[in-house]
Design a binder for this molecule. Structure first.
Ligand SMILES: Nc1ncnc2c1ncn2[C@@H]1O[C@H](COP(=O)(O)OP(=O)(O)OP(=O)(O)O)[C@@H](O)[C@H]1O
Ligand SMILES: [Mg+2]
Length: 258
């Protein structure tokens, strides 16, 4: 079944965003589908991050609408987005460096148990559940769960941030802004595998990346942004690096406009 026959999990329609005199987004549409990876590509300043910051409640659009399961919704804050099942992991990851992986995963949603009428953190259960989500669901194995996050690699930290997003809400849409930018080849490969695992769990993934190799390895569709506009929407299987690059730099403007 092609994307066109199905209802997107999330749709953004005619989004505009102005920052004072700067128009960051102009009439941008986006549709993300369950079990698919939508890649967003474009040069620096093309508006990729701004678009997904609107989706995750960090910015309000100047105009335009967001539709979830066919119903128009407003996303006023990041917690609104999480409540709807939309979350993001950024390259600059908000992990607490001094806490272990489980504590990071449960930050803000700590599990507790009561003893003699007082509540205590249930560290044992948090570690067990953290390990379960990381290993059994995401296929990520850490050498030890008893380490501070600061001693983990970029890829491991990212896996924990993803596990947290997957765990804390009924996650349906995961946005990843440049997830491999700071990673070496091995960790990049692991992250791409993780994206495929999440995709097979029926999440809608929105992947922003400057790496066309990564984009071609894992995406179903590619949305090309240029100077605040969507200038292309391509099925990954039906395009190639050269065509996408041409759209990014504007060589094929006009013909490719959607
Ligand atoms: N908070 C802000 N205030 C003013 N202008 C902003 C703000 N955020 C983004 N912009 C502007 O909006 C435009 C789009 O920026 P955005 O960060 O979305 O680009 P991007 O495609 O994510 O680029 P990159 O690949 O470099 O991350 C740029 O011209 C940028 O300067
Ligand atoms: Mg960006």
């Amino acid at each position: 079944m092609s994307s066109k026959d199905r209802l997107p999990v999330v749709e953004m329609r005619q989004i505009y965003k102005r920052f004072g005199g700067v128009t960051a987004l102009e009439d941008v549409d986006l549709a993300a589908y369950a079990g698919e990876v939508l890649a967003i590509v474009g040069d620096n300043g093309a508006g990729k991050s701004t678009l997904i910051k609107i989706l995750t409640g960090l910015y309000q659009p100047t105009s335009g609408s967001i539709i979830i399961d066919g119903t128009q919704r407003t996303i006023d804050s990041h917690s609104d987005a999480i409540g709807i099942g939309i979350d993001a992991v950024y390259q600059t990851l908000a992990l607490a460096d001094h806490l272990d992986p489980a504590a990071n995963m449960f930050l803000g949603t700590e599990l507790t148990h009561s003893f003699l009428g007082m509540r205590f953190l249930d560290n044992k259960r948090m570690r067990k559940e953290a390990n379960q989500v990381l290993y059994e669901r995401l296929g990520v194995q850490l050498r030890s769960m008893d380490v501070a996050a600061e001693s983990l690699s970029g890829g491991q930290r990212q896996a924990i941030a993803i596990a947290r997003a997957v765990y804390r809400s009924n996650l349906r849409v995961l946005v990843m802004d440049e997830p491999t930018a700071a990673l070496g080849p091995q960790e990049t490969a692991r992250t791409l595998k993780l994206i495929q695992t999440l995709r097979s769990e029926n999440l809608a993934i929105i992947l922003i990346s400057h790496s066309l190799d990564d984009v071609f390895a894992v995406s179903d569709q590619i949305q090309v942004m240029r100077r605040g506009r969507r200038v292309g929407l391509l099925n990954t299987a039906e395009t190639n690096h050269q065509e996408v690059l041409g759209m990014i730099v504007g060589a094929q403007e006009g013909a490719a406009h959607v």
